[in-house]
Design a protein around this ligand. Structure first.
Ligand SMILES: *[C@@H]1O[C@H](CO)[C@@H](O)[C@H](O)[C@H]1NC(C)=O
Length: 346
């Protein structure tokens, strides 16, 4: 459906452009989203520190047990964010060559762009078929939350190579300002996922009154101390996940949502339904979330107290949008150094 054309010869060595050509007229809405040119500067080279041990560049396979695995989506609308996230991870890692990236895509092949921006990066690109979730997605308050690719995190066990036993899933609107290897080595005990938990957040509001008044549904939380967590930063044990069949359990709640409308948001609530109270707690420094604030109201957010290893612009506002419109929030200056965006035209 899409063809990617590379015009690298027309530009300086450090720049390239891809043009996404829409061949199928039946993809009008996608055409509007995708008919942009992207150009990213080449990221600075990265190398392992001496103490990292050697991981032989050419011969490494995805199954090498010394790799750190990171999964992230490449959505056309969030591409600038994804590229900045990868850049931040490499920049702040002691052993960047030990990181293997798993890029999840659904509407186009962005492999060429990744290769040109990050030469020597270890990565694979995985196609996530939107049809897998199309029939499970209900209309949501915020349209952006309903991009099928938002649900790809539920299918990592099916998408990634079976030798990958643990993966860090990261949203596209964040930067890592610490060594991601520390997050990688977090203890999950016997849990399938680890994430920072927020037990003081009002958990009630993520589900409808109808959900809470129906014990058959809300009873699922009866025997657990369910706390909110954000699905934008998760350490996942894929072996455990596969064994417990979590993909299907999440899908079952999505099916209930189709008929009963038990929540308003998109991909987050089914994760809360399955995992809240069963999450291995990870230090809050690994998800300083909510920095997106609100674009419509123009509100900015401040950091939560405490140390910071990862800054997450969740919420409707995104730093690249505000920087482009020359109305940045103060904390957007912490995202900007990782931005590799060079040029765009429609
Ligand atoms: C939590 O949220 C619910 C639903 O929005 C609301 O009715 C309730 O008052 C809130 N509780 C607290 C303690 O703020």
């Amino acid at each position: 459906m899409f063809r990617i054309t590379r015009f690298s010869g027309f530009f300086s060595a450090a720049m390239f452009v891809i043009v996404l050509v829409i061949l199928s007229p039946s993809f009008q809405s996608e055409a509007i989203r995708s008919s942009h040119r992207f150009s990213f500067r080449k990221a600075p080279p990265f190398r392992n520190a001496a103490e990292c041990g050697s991981i032989s560049g050419e011969t490494t396979t995805v199954c090498d047990p010394s790799l750190v695995h990171v999964a992230i989506t490449l959505d056309v609308d969030y591409l600038r964010g994804s590229i900045a996230a990868v850049h931040s991870i490499l920049h702040n890692s002691l052993c960047p060559e030990n990181i293997f990236f798993h890029f999840l895509v659904s509407d186009t092949n962005l492999q060429t762009l990744v290769e040109s921006t990050f030469p020597n990066l270890k990565f694979n690109v995985y196609y996530f078929d939107p049809n897998i979730v199309a029939h499970l997605i209900s209309s949501s308050v915020r349209q952006a939350l309903e991009q099928p690719l938002n649900y790809a995190r539920n299918y990592l066990v099916d998408l990634l190579e079976s030798c990958v036993e643990r993966v860090i899933y990261l949203d596209s609107d964040l930067v890592v300002v610490d060594d991601v290897a520390k997050l990688w080595s977090a203890s999950l005990d016997s849990r399938a996922i680890g994430a920072p938990e927020y037990c003081h957040a009002n958990f009630t509001k993520y589900f409808t009154a109808g959900f809470w008044s129906e014990p058959r549904l809300s009873g699922t939380f009866a025997q657990r101390r369910a706390c909110y967590f954000n699905t934008g930063v998760m350490v996942m044990d894929l072996v455990k996940w596969r064994k417990e069949g979590y993909t299907k359990r999440i899908e079952r709640w999505m099916e209930i949502q189709k008929s009963d409308r038990i929540y308003e948001l998109g991909s987050l609530p089914p994760f809360l339904l399955v995992f809240a109270g069963h999450v291995a707690p990870i230090e809050h420094r690994w998800n300083q979330h909510g920095l997106g604030g609100d674009n419509v109201k123009g509100s900015c957010r401040d950091l939560h107290p405490g140390p910071v290893s990862l800054l997450h612009w969740s919420g409707s506002g995104k730093p690249w949008i505000r920087l482009s419109s020359k109305r940045p929030c103060p904390l957007d200056s912490l995202w900007a150094p990782f931005d590799l965006y060079a040029h765009s035209s429609s």
